[in-house]
Design a protein around this ligand. Structure first.
Ligand code: EZ4
Ligand code: CO
Length: 403
């Protein structure tokens, strides 16, 4: 059995910040886990280095479930994004080690492939409807079968999900939080027009998605869902903040547009009522922010009982380590739905060499033993941490709103 002798926390910023845990065993086997919590990175780095790593030394790396329970129950203070991201990093690294020792890709340890690959959705965005439709057509030409559409809102200077001209979209854009202005009324007018134009240009066979990013009230979200029904969206995401879970019942009463939620969830307890009440269709919790493969597998198993499928968050602030772990789980579980893909910058991919590959609108985790991803620590050291925050959002009268 591999005994843990060392665990290192690597903070690096190849294009954006990432926190990575590297676990080393006495037989030389290593494993990696993503510990990136966008905008609050150093809190997780400290949680790992100061509080978790000392508890790992000398443990049998094969006892994944026991170590998970030890870190979760043993902290006394349960749940929360910092705790669950730190536990996730350990969990991913241990699955990586188990796969390497077994000589098998992690998806084989999870029951083997249930499909040929994981369908992904790409991001099409633009300042105008026409620009966004053009971006969607380019994605289709690259083989994407599912595309998220976000466009600028007339009258607002900037909009969630829309890149500055010539740049890739990256939300953590300031050394202090930048401020954006929001108008629900203007937004609710433009999105149905965007979907009408996109459906017209792209035809019936492409899946079209949209992220509301927590900005509507339940009845406003119900209105949007109903307005989009003629264009058959694959889902609308995070229509309303999920602390008020009963709000999703209200949306459900008014629209058949599928609902995705959960990228900010960190525990099965955040998702349980939404799943059991059949208020949602896709659960977006991720391996990195929701306790690793061990815990996300539990969430997926609960969701499967209610025909809820996975739609894991996959923005650029989730490192290639988290993407690899998501793909191994997604390939294996019966109720995989779709995987978000925002391609990482080449400089990020160089720091995190990985076996997963894109082809024909899908990602496959590859067949390297373990997770099939690593961190080049020497290269990482050449990209020091840069403080970066997510933006805040205000209504036109200055009221602070959900971003
Ligand atoms: O704003 O990952 O669906 N994707 C998203 C992302 C989130 C960022 C926050 O760190 O909503 O763009
Ligand atoms: Co989102």
């Amino acid at each position: 059995m591999p005994i843990i002798t060392e665990a290192r926390v690597v903070v690096t910023s190849p294009g954006r910040n990432f926190v990575t845990l590297k676990v080393v065993c006495d037989d030389g086997t290593t494993g990696v886990g993503d510990a990136t919590l966008n905008g609050r990175e150093l809190a997780v780095a400290s949680y790992l280095a100061d509080h978790i790593v000392p508890c790992l030394i000398g443990r049998d790396a094969h006892r994944i479930e026991d170590i998970w329970q030890y870190l979760y129950k043993g902290a006394y203070w349960r749940r929360g994004p910092v705790t669950m991201t730190a536990i996730a990093a350990v969990d991913m690294a241990l699955w990586d080690i188990k796969g390497k020792v077994a000589g098998l890709p992690v998806y084989q340890l999870l029951g083997g492939a249930s499909r040929d690959g994981c369908m992904v959705y790409g991001h099409a965005n633009g300042a105008t409807i026409a620009d966004t439709v053009d971006a969607a057509l380019r994605h289709r030409a690259e083989g994407y079968r599912a595309i998220r559409l976000q466009c600028g809102v007339p009258g607002l200077a900037s909009t969630y999900g829309v890149a500055r001209p010539g740049e890739a979209y990256e939300p953590a854009d300031g050394t202090l939080p930048t401020e954006s202005v929001w108008s629900t009324e203007r937004y609710l007018r433009i999105v149905p027009e965007l979907f009408a134009a996109a459906r017209e240009a792209l035809g019936p066979d492409i899946h079209l998605l949209h992220d509301v990013h927590h900005r509507l009230t339940p009845i406003e979200a119900a209105r949007l869902g109903r307005d989009l029904e003629p264009y058959r969206p694959f889902w609308i995401e995070d229509p309303t903040p999920a602390e008020n879970q009963d709000g999703f019942r209200l949306i459900r009463q008014h629209t058949t547009t599928p609902i995705a939620v959960g990228e900010v969830f960190n525990s099965i307890w955040d998702a349980k009522a939404l799943i059991e009440s059949q208020s949602i269709d896709y659960i977006r919790a991720t391996v990195v922010h929701a306790g690793g493969i061990t815990h996300l597998r539990r969430i997926a198993a609960l969701a499967d009982l209610y025909q809820v499928r996975t739609g894991c968050h996959g923005a650029t602030d989730l490192s290639p380590v988290a993407m690899a772990a998501a793909l191994h789980l997604g390939l294996a579980i019966p109720n995989f739905g779709i995987q978000e893909l925002m391609p990482h910058l080449p400089v990020t991919q160089a720091v995190f060499p990985h076996a997963y590959r894109y082809a024909d609108g899908s990602l496959h985790p590859g067949d390297a033993p373990g997770l099939g991803v690593d961190i080049d620590e020497a290269l990482a050291a050449t990209h020091p941490y840069v403080r970066a925050y997510l933006p805040v959002n205000r209504l036109e009268d200055g009221t602070l709103w959900s971003w």
